[in-house]
Design a protein around this ligand. Structure first.
Ligand SMILES: *Cc1c(COP(=O)(O)O)cnc(C)c1O
Length: 394
């Protein structure tokens, strides 16, 4: 492992644990347990006196390679791989809280993340205040003596609002709280929350990290101290561990992550510019455009735009459905970050459980669609949107 390598090199080589056979590609260690040379060796392993694996729920070699590669990319000391993004989010939040503690979270969250803080945590006596995270003063106003965790996504799903991570981290540090950032929409290529002052980063690896629609997975990254104090026991004893097979698909995904994210972002930017000029489109929200409402924060904390575009059609739900149904290359799916371009209608899918009022607060209307740009040829995608828009009655 080398600190001087750039991400594209780290993502091909970092963390590799080659066996005695010298395999080129990382091996899949599909084993749930490990054998010891002697009873004394087992005792020493359990006491933590010798390095090594104990049980796959705690850690295993293929997962270790994935975790180490993610640490190198993110600049984190420790990582734990989980079976899904939601297992990562839930573990990262709950492992450090107890009844009586308080969470401040941005209200613009992935639906299941919002359920964890708004519905699940209160069942265990952990209170939560949801704020419009775009404005730092809202975070400050929500602070209580019991506030322990700040939780946010940036850019947000689906309307790509941006939150000032360094600003939130500064507030958290003043009160000794931890900032947990769900960095899925930005990807580890474009945004490094730990460098901006956040304490814990989580990913749904199902998205760009796999990027090819094969596996569900997640990962939690932080420093050694936080992991040993809070996450380690929670992770070992509640069992959100990732399958080694999944870790292997994600290692392969990481190798091509920079290439895919680059092409996806170029496609997203060009489609955003094209759609912004179309008369049937009311609004395009894209973090890479100058007209993004928080372009100054984007410039401060992100190294690139996004692979996602939020589009609002003038003709409401009818137009949004007509557009989706007329698209050919772009598929209708609620997944994102995939090599295939995917479009979804948040109001009737990913955000259908919110009240009309909560949707309106997030800027989700009947005419809103969210595009996740894939790696296809840019012109094929633009031609697809052009022919589909022609079929939409404005
Ligand atoms: C998909 C997603 C999750 C949940 O991840 P899963 O792998 O589906 O469990 C969490 N946060 C964000 C922002 C996501 O897009």
């Amino acid at each position: 492992m080398s600190k001087t390598w750039r991400p594209a090199t780290q993502l091909v080589h970092d963390g590799s644990l080659r066996s005695q056979y010298g395999e080129t590609s990382e091996a899949i260690y599909l084993t749930q347990g490990f054998v010891y040379d002697s009873a004394e060796a087992a005792e020493a392993r359990f006491k933590g006196e010798t390095e090594g694996y104990i049980y796959a729920r705690y850690g295993s070699p293929t997962n270790d390679m994935f975790e180490k590669r993610m640490c190198a990319l993110e600049g984190a000391e420790e990582a734990r791989a989980t079976a899904s993004g939601m297992a990562a989010v839930t573990a990262a939040i709950l492992c450090q809280l107890k009844a009586g503690d308080h969470i401040v979270a941005a209200r613009a969250l992935f639906g299941s993340c919002r359920w964890v803080v708004e519905t699940l945590a209160p069942k265990y006596g952990i209170e939560c205040t949801l704020v419009d995270g775009r404005y730092i003063e809202n975070w400050e106003k929500a602070i209580r003596p019991t506030t322990k965790v700040f939780f946010l996504e940036s850019p947000t799903n689906p309307t790509l609002e941006v939150i000032d991570i360094a600003g939130v981290a500064k507030l958290a540090n003043q009160i000794g709280a931890k900032v947990v950032v769900d960095n899925v929409f930005a990807t580890p290529i474009f945004q490094k929350p730990l460098e901006l002052g956040a304490h814990i980063v989580v990913y749904s690896a199902t998205k760009h990290i796999d990027g090819q629609g094969r596996s569900l997975g997640g990962v939690i990254l932080s420093d050694k101290e936080w992991v040993s104090e809070h996450l380690q026991d929670y992770y070992r004893h509640t069992g959100p561990a990732m399958s080694p097979f999944t870790a292997w698909t994600l290692l392969k995904g990481l190798e091509t992550l920079p290439l895919r994210v680059k092409q996806q972002t170029e496609n997203a930017a060009k489609i955003a510019d094209f759609l912004a000029e179309q008369p049937k489109v009311a609004k395009v929200i894209y973090p890479g455009r100058k007209d993004h409402p928080q372009a100054d924060i984007v410039a401060k904390q992100m190294k690139g735009g996004s692979t996602l575009v939020a589009i609002e059609l003038k003709g409401g739900k009818e137009a949004a459905f007509a557009l989706q149904n007329a698209l050919d290359v772009v598929k209708i799916s609620n997944n994102l970050g995939d090599a295939k371009s995917l479009i979804t209608h948040p109001a009737t899918t990913t955000h259908k459980n919110l009240t009309d009022e909560a949707r309106a607060e997030l800027g989700i209307s009947g005419g809103t669609v969210r595009l996740s740009a894939g790696i296809e040829d840019t012109d094929d995608l633009i031609e697809d949107f052009a022919q589909a828009l022609a079929k939409v009655n404005a």
